[in-house]
Design a protein around this ligand. Structure first.
Ligand code: BTN
Length: 245
């Protein structure tokens, strides 16, 4: 799979497409690393990402963005909107983005996104890797015990031939439209797809858990909440995780 600007490296199995993409970070080309399965798929905050063959697709976009580290969150946002709109094409249920990096269908996770990178001395991004893992069909026998109540797939049963390639192509095309500046209102769409807006949540930061109500998403894609003292706060992604109450 190639087009004139993006090289796609496709493997039957890798430990992690993010790890592989970080290893080849000096490739000057826009490169996408795709794997049919991963043996050590990684998620945010040191978690693992379930990556079996045949039922999911796992890929990483290697980028050399010319913007500041501050704006790196927008890469995750572009990926989240791209996946959401690709999923909506195939699944007409309630597809939403759970701030900051998860895509949900009917309240269950169908996709996770992990953006990793490096910042230089001028606080610019040297490179970034945007890793995307999508549950395409439900594994035979269901998801493993630890995620069976929180995970879902685009298709509950069988899907078309070559569906993985179609989904990767859909996501990549949408992502690069935003990345190259041809599609500019993706933050508004990110806000529109927000799963958490209006919901009661717990904000977990290390050992500390605080309750809050989500008011919305800011233009910087921070989470806008009202805390237990009635104060309005902006939460930036950092090492915070957010759970529904
Ligand atoms: C999360 O849910 O916390 C993020 C999961 C990100 C998983 C994808 S799968 C492709 C890429 N390679 C990895 O090792 N992780 C990301």
């Amino acid at each position: 799979m190639t087009n004139d600007k993006i090289s796609v490296l496709h493997f039957p199995v890798l430990d992690s497409t993010n790890r592989f993409a970080l290893e080849i970070k000096d490739f000057s080309h826009l490169t996408t690393v795709v794997a049919d399965s991963q043996t050590a798929g990684r998620g945010r905050m040191g978690r693992s990402f379930y990556s079996p063959k045949e039922t999911g697709i796992y890929f990483s976009l290697l980028l050399h963005p010319e913007f500041s580290a501050e704006k790196s969150l927008f890469l995750t946002v572009m990926a989240a909107v791209s996946v959401t709109e690709a999923v909506i094409k195939y699944n007409k249920n309630d597809v939403k983005i759970k701030w900051v990096n998860d895509i949900y269908i009917d309240g269950k996770k169908v996709c996770g996104i992990l953006t990793e990178g490096s910042i230089n001395s001028e606080k610019m991004l040297d490179y970034a890797v945007v890793g995307i893992g999508i549950n395409v069909i439900t594994p035979e026998g269901g998801f493993p015990e630890d995620i069976k109540n929180i995970a879902t797939a685009i298709f509950p049963g069988k899907a078309d031939d070559n569906i993985n390639e179609k989904i990767v192509a859909e996501v990549i095309n949408r992502f690069f439209d935003m990345y190259n500046g041809n599609d500019t209102d993706f933050v508004d769409r990110y806000k529109k797809y927000s799963y958490l807006t209006g919901k009661e949540i717990n904000i977990i930061s290390g050992e500390i858990t605080r309750a809050a109500t989500v008011l919305g998403i800011t233009d910087d894609c921070h989470l806008l909440v009202k805390n237990e003292n009635g104060e309005i706060e902006e939460i930036s992604s950092g090492d915070v995780s957010v759970r529904l109450k």
